[in-house]
Every structure is written in C-alpha cells, then in structure tokens.
Design a protein around this ligand. Structure first.
Ligand code: ADP
Ligand code: ASP
Ligand code: MG
Length: 457
C-alpha cells in the first residue's frame, strides 16, 4: 500500500479536491491511504477564532466561524451537487455547531487552554477529510472516512503532541487494514491525533506531513507521497528565489536537515518514521501531476554540486550568556542548558568562547522567563528577528575551503553566529531576518548557477 498526503492548497477548494481525486484514481491499484490537510488557511483562521474568543470578542470569533462554515458548505456542495451534499450536510452542520459551542465556551470562561486550542485547531482536518471522502466516493472511488483520532495515539503535549508509535501502529492495523482489505480508500485528516483517553491533540503546525509518515510507517507502506503546490523539494524556497531548481533525488539525512532548518515543504519530523522503516518519500505537485517531483531515500546518487539546497528559518532569537566574574567553570554549560530544558525550549545552534555562550531558539513567549532564569547565572542579552540560513549537502565533508567560498559569496552582510554541525552535512549561520532574501539569492547564484543534471532538474 501507499500513503498519499494532500496539503492545504491541494484541497483548498472544489477544483483542487476534484484534481486530488483524479490523482488518487490513478493509484488505486497501489491501495492508497489518503491523508488530507485542512483547506488552505483554515488552521490560521481557527487559531484566530480561538484568540478572538479568549479575548472576549464573541462576535469576531463567531463571524470567522460563520465564514469558514460557508466556505466548507460551498466547497462540499460544488463537489457533490445538491443531492449528495444534502446527505453530508447534517454532519457538517453538527460539526460547525460544535465549533461554535466551543468558541462560546471559551468566551464564557475567559480562558483558552492549550487543550482547547488543540480541539479548535484540529477542526479543519476533521471536516476536510469528511468532504474529501464524500467527494471521492461520489467520483466512483470507494472510500471510507476515518477519524484520525481513532488511530494516531499521542502524549498530552498539546500543540506539539508526540505519537506513541506502538499504540498507533496497533490501531492503524486494527482500523485501516480491514478497509484496505475490502478495497476501500481510507481518507483521514492529517495533523490530528488523540491521547490514550481520547482527548484531541495536534502534532504541530505543518504536521500533516508527519501524519502521512506515521500512517505509512505504521502500515509498512511502499511509498509515502506528499502532494503540495511546488514541483518538489527545490534548491531553495521558490517563493524566495525564482531561480530555484528542482532536486530530483536527495538522501533522508540531507532532506531532514533542510526540513529542520526551514524548508517548509516538509515538516521536520516527517522523515523519522520513514527512516525507521526505510520507506521512500516523494514530494509531488498536485497542480503539475506529470512532474516526477523529488524522491527522498536512504541513499541518493552523488551530486557534483557541493550543496543540495539552501534553507532559511526565520523568527529566531539569539541569546547571549556572558559569564563575567569567572571563566566558564566546570558545570557552567550544564546549568545554562538546564534552564532551557526546564522551559522545554529546544536550542538549535550553539557557539561558545572562553567566557560566553550564544544560542539560538525559535522566538517564543517563554524567552523573557528563560532570560530571567539565566540572569541568575550570568549576564544575559537576547535579540529577536534573526534567521538561520543553512546550506546542506553531503559533499561538504569532502570539500576543503568551502566555508571561505560561502562567506565570500555573502559579501558585506553582518553574520551573528556560525556553525558547521557535527553531522558535517550542513553549514549554518545567523543573520538579520531582513537580510534573508539577498543572502539566499547571492548564495544561490554562486552555488546553483550550474547544476549536476543527474541530481537537479
Ligand atoms: P502544504 O500545504 O502542501 O503542506 P506548505 O506550504 O506547507 O504546503 O509547503 C510548500 C511550500 O514550501 C512551498 O510553497 C514553498 O514556498 C515552501 N518551501 C520552502 N522551502 C522550500 C524548498 N526548499 N523547496 C520547495 N518548497 C519550499
Ligand atoms: N493544517 C495544519 C497547518 O496548517 C497542518 C498541515 O497543513 O500540515 O499547520
Ligand atoms: Mg505543509
């Protein structure tokens, strides 16, 4: 069997879902399980509803919900026609009434917990999957809607829940296998799961890719397909640099590094389950289904280019910790990292000198509290609006003098931190967020004006 995941733009309206159905139909002989995102932008809108409700703005929350309801009804009725739409309309209506009730509840208690946020945020995938399943069935694809919360079992880290793989694999076998055996196409929402007690959770923004991989690994898929709005994984974000080229094939390790450092086309956790079971992951364009996309596998042909791609991760804060009164005594680094661990804040990049440590973290609301705790140990400064630019490629290992070439290409832009990771397949550095476009385009000009035709399109 295979998994086919369609992202937000690939299910954004009736035309897109119709197109997804046509793509699925061509793969029926491979026994697909389909994972869908919410309709494009819906998750943002749900979070805006939650925020309005928690701020006591009942009208705004309900108005946003009404607009989302209308968009889903229109999409479903365009796809299904009056008769079939009437069959699923009561269920959609009950779902949206439930959402409104939740929003009114938030207004009434004046408090929005992470748990409630997850119930609201995951609503988009709950309804998009029902609409897609109905549309597929109506187009002659025998499909079955599956509520992902029955299959994806997670811990209680609301907003970024971690799957319990053993439980999830067992549930997937129990729920999905029999459907496949009966020739059905299971259609499930990405991004969502539930705790062992059945409380709704989400896997973190962009998490539908991760869902696809969880399902693929759980069911030993032969392939996981991620259908999106670009031709594949590119040498850099095509929306940032128009010269971006398609990568035909890339290793798990390189793709994971790129995803982690900001290549939004793939959620950073996606490759973990795929690597565990050695399942190839393909990135494909639902608007250009004939394009062969990007193939991510355990090994890929050696490229003649040093780098495979450039990623940029924005909204980074740099925190500098300076030990004034003493050189870094033993245990000093540990006490610093204990503070980050206590606040459950992952650290990306670290650089140290004899008396100071600089780290980067994703900008988040705990930073002031982290800085206050660090200030008990040393002098602390922090600065947001930074970005990490990361160049990835396995050839870094065997190319001397590459750092000089990278920093030569960047020219006069101010660099705040530099790191060449232990994995030896990335060179990353921190700059001001506003310098990202110029830096990426200068690097792309130098490193990708000529590309190895075996590896890049
Ligand atoms: P989906 O809704 O299908 O999950 P996303 O918006 O999450 O789609 O991811 C696709 C987007 O990722 C592209 O439109 C592109 O702007 C962005 N992107 C960032 N880096 C890259 C890259 N290296 N290659 C391709 N796309 C990238
Ligand atoms: N809809 C979710 C989001 O926008 C998950 C996803 O699309 O991957 O973050
Ligand atoms: Mg995505």
């Amino acid at each position: 069997m295979i998994v086919m995941k369609f992202g937000g733009t690939s299910v954004q309206d009736a035309k897109a879902i119709d197109c997804a159905a046509a793509i699925v139909r061509k793969r029926l002989h491979e026994r697909p399980v389909v994972v869908v995102s919410a309709l494009a932008k819906i998750t943002d809108q749900l979070l805006a509803m939650a925020a309005a409700a928690s701020a006591g703005n009942r009208e705004k929350a309900l108005e946003l919900s009404r607009a989302a309801r209308e968009r889903h009804y229109n999409t479903a009725s365009d796809l299904l026609g009056t008769h079939a739409f009437e069959q699923i309309a009561p269920e959609l209506e009950a779902d949206f009434n439930g959402l409104d009730e939740l929003l009114r509840g938030v207004v009434a208690v004046g408090e929005l917990t992470l748990r409630t946020t997850d119930s609201i945020a995951g609503f988009g995938e709950r309804v998009s999957s029902k609409i897609a399943a109905a549309a597929f069935s109506q187009r002659g694809i025998e499909s079955a809607h599956v509520d992902s919360r029955r299959c994806v079992v997670t811990d209680e880290t609301f907003g970024k829940a971690v799957p319990h793989f053993e439980d999830t694999d067992a549930r997937l076998s129990e729920v999905i296998r029999p459907l496949l055996d009966r020739g059905r196409v299971p259609v499930m929402g990405g991004f969502i799961g539930a705790t062992r007690d059945g409380i709704s959770t989400t896997l973190g923004r962009g998490g539908s890719d991760f869902s696809a991989a969880i399902v693929g690994a759980g069911l030993n898929a032969t392939r996981i397909e991620i259908w999106t709005d670009v031709d594949g994984m590119m040498t850099t974000d095509p929306n940032l640099c128009r010269q971006a080229r398609r990568i035909k094939t890339i290793s798990f390790e390189e793709a994971a590094e790129l995803a982690y450092f900001g290549a939004k086309v793939l959620h950073p956790a996606t490759l973990l389950p795929a690597i565990r079971k050695n399942i190839p992951v393909l990135i494909l364009n639902s608007r250009n289904a004939g394009c062969e996309g990007t193939r991510i596998t355990a090994s890929s042909p050696k490229s003649r280019n040093v780098f495979m791609a450039i990623a940029a991760k924005k909204r980074i804060t740099v925190i500098d910790v300076v030990a004034t009164r003493m050189l870094m005594a033993h245990g000093f680094l540990k006490s610093i990292f204990d503070v980050f661990a206590y606040h459950r804040c992952p650290v990306d990049m670290v650089s140290t000198s004899e008396v100071s440590v600089s780290v980067t973290v994703d900008s988040n609301e705990s930073i002031a509290a982290i800085a206050a705790d660090l200030a008990k140990l040393a002098d602390v400064k922090y600065e947001g609006r930074k970005a990490i630019v990361c160049l990835v490629g396995e050839n870094i290992r065997s190319t001397p003098g590459i750092a000089a070439k990278v920093f030569g290409a960047i020219g006069d832009v101010n660099i705040r931190m530099i790191s060449q990771g232990a994995s030896e397949i990335n060179i990353s550095f921190v700059i001001d967020e506003s310098d990202v476009p110029i830096v990426v385009s200068r690097l792309h000009d130098v490193f990708f004006s000529e590309v190895d035709p075996e590896v890049f399109a």
